[in-house]
Design a protein. Structure first.
Length: 231
């Protein structure tokens, strides 16, 4: 196994570091005081809130319009030093001004930087039906797609990373689609050798076992089998 090469970019160079502008209200101060964390991040409209509902059993405010959530949703348990966090969706959002989109992305990046030592697993949620088209549309000499950039950003920070490829019930050519995604992320196909990293799921249908298994793999690597009950 191996990677096909690193992305040649200063990852999120314009969004890293604190003080560039004040964070949106609630971005940092609402986080519970917990030592362990699993974060979910991704573009708007990829089914992240539905997935969070499956993972936690808790209903989050999904909203009818992408970008309505500008602060994290946290879910924690009184008896556990652990929190699951749904970070705001990033990328293009219809009806949301570009400066607001950029602030949200900066806040997400800075949140992950700030709590990198506490984050046990970072889960990037993508739309399996659309992800290849989106990545290819935003790939170029001077542009790196957000999903690819986030993947390498998390790994650069040393955060075990899982890509939850959602809505796979709408994909006919599953193996081909997942192999293509591996190539876009810099991972050698076939995707089956990356099952701790690539998790094909359908949150709406309640099929998230591959994600749970991938998250458990990384928790076990960090001797946190006590958290298996949440995944």
């Amino acid at each position: 196994m191996g990677t096909t090469g690193a992305v040649n970019t200063a990852i999120f160079a314009n969004h890293r570091g604190f003080g560039r502008w004040p964070p949106l209200p609630g971005m940092f101060e609402t986080r519970p005081d917990r030592d362990g964390e699993v974060v979910f991040v991704g573009r708007s409209n990829v089914g992240k809130s539905t997935l969070m509902r499956e993972v936690t059993g808790h209903t989050f405010n999904t909203g009818q319009r992408p970008g309505v959530t500008k602060k994290p949703n946290h879910f924690d348990w009184n008896a556990e030093d652990f929190v699951v966090t749904d970070l705001p969706g990033f990328g293009f959002m219809k009806g949301v001004p570009e400066d607001v989109r950029e602030r949200i992305k900066t806040d997400v990046v800075q949140y992950i930087e700030r709590y990198a030592e506490q984050i046990l697993v970072g889960v990037i949620v993508v739309d399996g039906k659309a992800v290849i088209d989106i990545i290819d549309r935003h790939s170029g000499p001077d542009e790196v797609p957000h999903d690819v950039e986030m993947f390498h950003f998390l790994r650069e920070l040393g955060i075990p990373t899982v890509v939850a490829v959602n809505k796979m019930d709408k994909v006919d050519d599953e193996d081909e689609r997942l192999n293509d995604l591996c190539e876009r992320l810099g991972l050698y196909p076939p995707w089956q050798q990356w099952q701790e990293t690539i998790a094909p799921i359908s949150a709406k249908r309640g099929n998230i076992d591959p994600l749970n298994e991938a998250v458990r793999h990384h928790l076990h690597e960090q001797e946190r089998d006590d958290l298996f009950k949440f995944f």
